[in-house]
Design a protein around this ligand. Sequence first.
Ligand code: HEM
Length: 539
Amino acid sequence: MATSSETKLLIATAVVAYVVGKRWWAKRGSDVGRLKKPAGAHWLWGHEYEAWDTLDGQFYIKNIDELGQAFGMKGGLFHSDILALTDPAAISHMFTKHPYEYTKSQIIRPLIDRLLGKSLVWAEGDQHKRQRQVLAPVFTNENVKAMDNEIHRAADKLVEVLREHVLSQQAEKGDGGGARVNILDWSGRATLDVIGAVGFGHDFQCGTSEEAKAITRSWRELILMGMEFPGFVAPLVIRAFPIITDLPVEAIQAQGEIKTIVKRIAKQLVEERRAMQNDEGMKSGKDLMSTLLKWNQNAEGEDLDQLLDHICTFVMVGHETISNALNFALYELARNPEMQDKLRKEMTEFVGSGPGGEPTYEEYQSQLPYLDAVCKEGLRMYPPASHTERIALADDVLPLRFPVTTPSGEQLSSIRVKRGQLINVPTIAINRSHTVWGPDAEVFRPERWLDAGGLPAPTSLTQGWSGIFSFLEGPRICIGFRLALFEYKVIMTTLLKNFEFKDTGAVLKTQFSSNLQPFVEGRKQDGIQIPLIVKDLHQ
Ligand code: HEM
């Protein structure tokens, strides 16, 4: 009979043999282990801690410039090497040509399920194709154009509540020079209102309803948790021991709270809509809720649960992303007052064909070039979804547009990957690479979109919207991108016509936690924020 120390030795040997065997298997027929790697991998966290902890996407930006658009990373917790990838040909191969062979990993998907449910963001393969087919018609140009009233109403309401706040702050201080606000507390009110109204006919009351407050509060808590060490470790531990997703660990379980809140509201909305079954508008409606209900009229049990997951997904990804993009653009405009003035001038001088001289949907797209350039530059520099990852479902060969050199000097114009290969796709580095965008890649400069020859050659860019990767590319490109752009432009226009945004001198740093998150340099403990001075222009 084996003694307890012999048993322990046996178990330890088995674990080591398993890890070594797994790594050996992953290396066979794969080029990932042969790629250059950044120096200084940690024995336990590999390069993953440095990638997580280094702010502003600098780990990836720096290494792409130094090692090329495909490099290897040591995985944390003895995971096999990870491929970090920004090469446009490889990206196109994965996302446009073979999106269902490079899926979100079995680690990310349970987390998405916990946060948003088993909806479009979570689904893969045929299930995704079916869902996308049903939902895509909601976001056509024609439908988004028809959301015009709700978007303007939400933007006007935001101006009203922000003005009230600014004036009361000024009165308190006895100073008419504007109020210091954390813009993160404001823009999301309008974007939540828009998705509530256009998606489900629900009024979140510009952030003042109890549901709106609960959603904002639990989202913030989740973000902050993701920015602390447990938020880094949790996904690595889950990757090593997937069973952990079901354990009562705070950092994991907290993700369920948002879903619970939104699903409670969603259930009520579904019941209200069902009660209006005979209403003609509802039957012919092309909004999200009508589409979902037509698709699954009498959903109960699991089907109803999935329908609620869709609502939860759209409420969350349909508002946080846009407000995130708006916040960063306002920060840059505050730091660059000449750009802000130029943009305001373009907006105020343009007389559109909409009611009261507002630009129409088409005019927003084509007649306001500087607004368009600011929007593109903001989304390039600050992609809200600044990082994504995929896993190869089969052995494959990834073509490279820009060959890379191995440490032994061999040139690779493609990379062989094995089934199960984890691939990190750092969107922020795709959008800010110096190799692609030039020496001022990390400078906010909308003019690059307007100057002749201001942009990189199309062959060096990915194939997403405007050659940047902020909405992804291919069949899984963000389904709501037209709505996002329209909403962004309307809210930005409405805000700039009413307020001046001034720099506070605070320098921002960013870190990825669900989205790209800002905090003031050296003040991470104060939480996520973009402090700006807001001055009412009509005072
Ligand atoms: C500036 C705003 C936005 C940005 C930057 C953005 C970005 C993205 C990105 C990068 C993805 C792909 C994620 C991945 O697969 O790794 C995505 C997917 C998605 N987005 Fe957006 N998004 C924005 C706004 C919206 C809006 C307004 C909606 C809906 C109303 C929306 C709904 C979705 C959905 C449902 C998916 C999943 C699509 C699929 O997998 O087929 N997004 N978004």
